[in-house]
Design a protein around this ligand. Structure first.
Ligand SMILES: Cc1cc2nc3c(=O)[nH]c(=O)nc-3n(C[C@H](O)[C@H](O)[C@H](O)COP(=O)(O)OP(=O)(O)OC[C@H]3O[C@@H](n4cnc5c(N)ncnc54)[C@H](O)[C@@H]3O)c2cc1C
Length: 437
């Protein structure tokens, strides 16, 4: 792995800006040896390091993060911690095992997060009240019917919602129909990832602003960072789309850039225009549709763009032009609140594979990789982190078997074909999106 020319972009916009700043841990500047090294401190790496620390209470676990905590997808996502995934296209009997496996993984992640949040009293606006899936147009309405059929067949607790019921609960007449899946939680993502990093077990050494620039694999792996080197018996890569983006491994993942806006805090009169629910989260039943939340602190967040931007965040000019799209979607849903300004504008990059699967892999004897959740990685990333730690440690957990049984990610062509293909496929995501955007 050679990251020399890679730009680890970060800027504090969005969810991180809404909370108390956190003092980052220091950069690694000395040479160290360790039995366990984890690269990347998002949900996957944090969960993996925590689990390794439990499994090896007398060993030091080193966790290296290129940026500051909260600057990756784990601090920039929309905060839906799902228990049940939405598989588009309706129920297929021969996929039952797959559905069950994914939901077991999601739920292991959710249970793990909940217990860490409770044990460490992490204040992250965690709300265990289910997730809305909504349809505003024809295609998504068809998808809604299929999703309800799926939920019924799988006996997953849910409530179907008419247009009037949605208006009553959320205060918007924009959606035609929807369904609320009762299990699933909402979080403030930046608060959560800060809390997870600051409550790591004492034997985890976290270093921030410490990118791994070079890695030589061997019986002992050698890692180069700008000011240090690490010799590690075992390495776990939890770097999402980044380590594969530049080279030596076969390319199986791309970074897709999403953007969203968050309003100022609404006043009580404005909140009264909304429905009976005090806070909520809507996922779209169209893959290009908007995710919309009323947060615990009474802001509305809306995220509805996705594009291939060469694995990078959007610059200020790009962000401003995307905000026009956020604004339109906001005004459509909340015409009485069109005077409410956006205070925050952000982008984030998610790891996506061609066949919408994830990566869970032993690349060589003492070298592992877990990641890429196609926009749904809070619970799944947490579970994959646990599982990859168990796998590397040699534990024979059911979760490890579940992660190993997931379909393998398809190979992707190198640049420039990759760029064209990724651009095209991401654009296709919006086909037929209509009013769901
Ligand atoms: C805008 C947006 C909205 C989303 N909404 C949701 C949602 O509502 N629900 C949901 O479940 N998921 C959502 N996702 C997806 C979710 O955020 C990700 O799947 C998840 O955060 C991935 O976690 P991770 O730890 O695998 O990766 P990341 O959070 O990307 O962490 C990987 C870390 O590795 C570090 N790294 C990379 N290379 C190196 C290196 N060479 N050396 C050291 N460190 C390195 C990076 O800096 C980064 O911090 C969303 C994503 C985005 C972008």
């Amino acid at each position: 792995m050679n990251q020399t020319h890679h730009n680890f972009d970060q800027e504090t916009k969005g969810w991180v800006d809404l909370i108390h700043p956190r003092e980052p841990r220091s950069e690694l500047t000395t040479q160290i040896d360790t039995k366990w090294l984890v690269i990347g401190a998002g949900f996957t790496g944090l969960s993996c390091a925590r689990r390794l620390a439990e499994l090896n209470p007398t060993e030091k676990i080193v966790l290296l993060e290129a940026r500051e905590i909260g600057q990756s997808a784990s601090g920039r996502n929309s905060g839906y911690a799902v228990a049940h995934s939405h598989f588009s296209g309706g129920y297929q009997k021969n996929q039952l095992e797959h559905y069950q496996r994914i939901d077991r993984i999601n739920q292991t992640g959710l249970t793990s997060l909940k217990s860490i949040i409770e044990a460490n009293q992490i204040d992250c606006d965690y709300k265990d009240a289910g997730i809305y899936h909504m349809a505003a147009d024809k295609n998504s309405s068809g998808e809604c019917d299929q999703f309800v059929d799926y939920l019924q067949k799988r006996k997953i607790e849910h409530v179907e919602l008419s247009k009037d019921q949605i208006k009553l609960e959320l205060g918007t007449s924009w959606y035609q129909k929807g369904v609320k899946v009762k299990k699933g939680a909402l979080v403030q993502p930046a608060k959560l990832v800060f809390g997870l990093a600051d409550s790591l077990p004492h034997n985890v050494e976290l270093y921030e602003n410490t990118p791994v620039m070079e890695l030589t694999r061997g019986v002992i792996n050698t890692i180069q960072t700008p000011k240090s080197s690490v010799k590690a018996d075992n390495v776990i890569m939890a770097c999402n789309y980044e380590p594969l983006a530049n080279g030596k491994h076969k390319q199986r993942v791309v970074g897709v850039t999403l953007s969203g806006s968050i309003t100022r805090v609404l006043n009580q009169d404005e909140v009264d225009l909304l429905g009976t629910e005090s806070s909520w989260g809507v996922l779209s039943l169209h893959s290009g549709g908007a995710t919309v939340r009323l947060t615990e602190d009474k802001r509305i967040s809306i995220r509805n763009t996705a594009e291939y931007n060469n694995h990078s965040l959007l610059n200020d000019k790009q962000l401003k032009s995307r905000q026009v799209i956020h604004r339109q979607a906001f005004n459509n849903r909340f015409p009485e609140l069109r005077h409410v300004n956006f205070e925050h504008l952000y982008s984030g990059v998610e790891g996506v594979t061609a066949n919408k699967t994830n990566i869970f892999k032993r690349l060589s004897n003492n070298f592992y990789y877990a990641g890429c959740y196609n926009g749904s990685g809070i619970t799944k990333g947490t579970a994959f982190g646990l599982a990859i730690a168990d796998y590397a440690f040699g534990s024979d957990e059911k979760l490890v078997h579940d992660c190993l049984s997931i379909e393998k990610a398809k190979w992707l062509p190198p640049k420039p074909i990759l760029d064209l293909g990724a651009w095209y496929v991401t654009k296709q995501r919006f086909k037929g999106v209509g009013k769901d955007r």
